[in-house]
Design a protein around this ligand. Structure first.
Ligand code: GCU
Length: 328
């Protein structure tokens, strides 16, 4: 009996000691889904962001990253986030257009004059307003990641819009991307990114368009051997969080998460510069992809109406003007 009492007392004091050792706030762990592999620059930059968040919040906020579309396509991940089953998603401005029209401003071909203009737009007031535009839709953007410029790849050279005639070109599920291919004279085929390798291999589509990491990280260079550098768009990746998850954080934690996200954008800028050159070299030297330079003017002329239309579209005209005003 006496022995039992001692055992109970010991158990109680152990339990109290264990409770006392718990931090004041239980750690919050957010799940983040994206569709690139672990070697892709954007995965590395988000890993950096997650490490920063953990460090800055003393482990109170943690982010667990699920790559390779293992939790679904970008669209499915957005839907899971809106239903509360996921906290964070990395998507891109093209895909985001159907969830928040403001992102459409980024998707207009040739809207950016160069990389500096693109950065001024992402980091400046206009880019930050676009990130906040979706607040009433249940999510907000935290930061952008450079997605380079997108060009066509196929098994033939695409040196002018006329070369696209009769070609089925995979696009992201974005009205702007569909319109762009139509104006250039091709047939747009919206498909999820994860389905594209097989679609190219089986001839379901004749070509696609993306930055060179699609050729290497996603191995599209195995099935499409010519990359024609018309550089029609510069579409950033976007890191998003649901407003429900965001509002679980204290004000101080929100500031630290935003700081980590901004820092990871700067980290990504350097990493992208290095890794995109490596991707291009790898595509050419180990995958035998031929890179073709292109006179862009005919492509620019073909899509000129899109910019004019955007300036009349009440959903995006202010953003488009904001971006135009940052050109030098
Ligand atoms: C880029 C982007 C992805 C996107 C892909 C696509 O690679 O980083 O987020 O899914 O383009 O073309 O679908």
């Amino acid at each position: 009996m006496f022995g039992n009492k001692t055992a109970v007392a010991t158990l109680i004091s152990c339990a109290i000691a264990a409770t006392a050792a718990l931090p004041a706030y239980a750690a919050t762990t957010f799940k983040l889904s994206h569709n690139q592999d672990r070697n892709h620059p954007v995965h590395k930059s988000m890993k950096y962001m997650a490490d920063e968040v953990k460090k800055l919040t003393n482990g109170e906020v943690k982010i667990r990253i699920y790559p390779n579309g293992q939790l679904g396509t970008q669209r499915e991940s957005m839907e899971l986030m809106q239903n509360g089953a996921l906290d964070m998603v990395k998507s891109n401005a093209s895909e985001m257009e159907s969830f928040e029209p403001a992102y459409g401003a980024f998707n207009i071909p040739y809207i950016f004059h160069d990389r500096d203009h693109y950065y001024r737009s992402m980091e400046g007031e206009v880019g930050q307003k676009i990130l906040k535009a979706s607040e009433d839709k249940g999510f907000i953007g935290l930061t952008y990641y450079d997605g380079g410029s997108r060009s066509f790849y196929a098994n033939k050279e695409i040196k002018s819009p006329a070369d696209l005639a009769g070609m089925k070109i995979r696009v992201q599920p974005s009205p702007t991307a569909v319109n762009m291919i139509k104006l250039m004279g091709g047939s747009p085929t919206p498909l999820a990114y994860g389905e594209l390798y097989t679609a190219l291999q089986q001839g379901v589509v004749d070509g696609a368009e993306n930055n060179p990491t699609a050729l290497t990280n996603s191995r599209h260079g195995e099935v499409a051997k010519i990359y024609s550098m018309d550089e029609h768009t510069m579409i950033p990746d976007v890191l998003l969080i649901s407003t429900t998850s965001w509002n679980k954080l204290t004000d101080e934690q929100k500031d630290l998460v935003k700081q980590a996200a901004d820092d990871s954008m700067a980290y990504h800028k350097e990493l992208w510069t290095k890794m995109i050159d490596e991707a291009m070299d790898k595509a050419k030297s180990s995958m035998d992809v031929k890179v073709v330079s292109v006179d862009k003017q005919a492509f620019i002329d073909a899509v000129k109406p899109m910019h004019d239309e955007a300036l009349k579209n009440p959903a995006i005209k202010d953003y488009v003007q904001g971006i135009d005003a940052l050109a030098k």
